[in-house]
Design a protein around this ligand. Structure first.
Ligand code: PLP
Length: 194
């Protein structure tokens, strides 16, 4: 795709009419438990700019909560993902494996610190990765307790919700929680602007 111009451009009220129309459809069709910070609907994004459905271009300070660090539509990612989709979308690695999974594990071994032998397992989300890390640690150590840092966020599934410290909005009303979770204090800085 052609790169988005790297400029802020506001051509309608925010949110614009098309975003407002989509917001009404969203309210009718999407469960209320899924929140959005800004009721502006994305049409395209790239290089730190989000272009909304009304043609406004906004600086993307959200970055998918800091996960689009290579860009929202990085050319290399688009190229590899498109080629993969054309070849096959899914086989389940646990049924019939494929090279891409092995390649990612090799890249992780290369990119992470340390020159010892390393192995990876890939999962669909952070919460799933944390859950599996706990399963692997429990199976290996034969111990059940998990120690987490106070103020840490681990996810929204049942176990990661128990590991997460913040009650609102992640835990309130969603118990009972998984047992054997222990919290330890961690250095925490707060800034005062007074
Ligand atoms: C430190 C940490 N752990 C776990 C998660 C959960 O990841 P996911 O939302 O992909 O389940 C996040 C997500 O923001 C995270 O920041």
């Amino acid at each position: 795709m052609t790169a988005l111009p790297q400029e802020r451009r506001v051509v309608t009220a925010i949110p614009g009419p098309k975003s407002q129309e989509l917001q009404a459809r969203r309210t009718a069709a999407v469960a209320a438990g899924v929140g959005s910070v800004l009721p502006v609907f994305t049409a395209r994004a790239g290089g730190g700019i989000i272009e909304d459905v009304d043609g406004n271009r906004l600086i993307d300070f959200g970055s998918g909560i800091a996960v689009t660090s290579v860009g929202a539509s990085a050319e290399a990612v688009v190229r590899r993902a498109s080629a993969q989709l054309a070849d096959f979308t899914h086989t389940c690695f646990m049924v019939t494996p494929y090279e891409g999974y092995v390649e990612v594990a090799e890249a992780l071994a290369e990119l992470t610190p340390g020159d010892h032998a390393k192995k990876s397992a890939l999962f669909n989300s952070g919460a799933e990765a944390v859950e599996n890390a706990v399963k692997i640690a429990r199976a290996h150590t034969k111990r059940q307790a998990v120690v987490v840092f106070d103020r840490g966020y681990h996810g929204r599934t049942n176990l990661t919700m128990a590991l997460t410290s913040k009650n609102m909005p992640y835990k309130h009303g969603f118990g009972p929680f998984a047992p054997e979770v222990y919290r330890v204090p961690v250095a925490y800085g707060s800034v005062s602007y007074t």
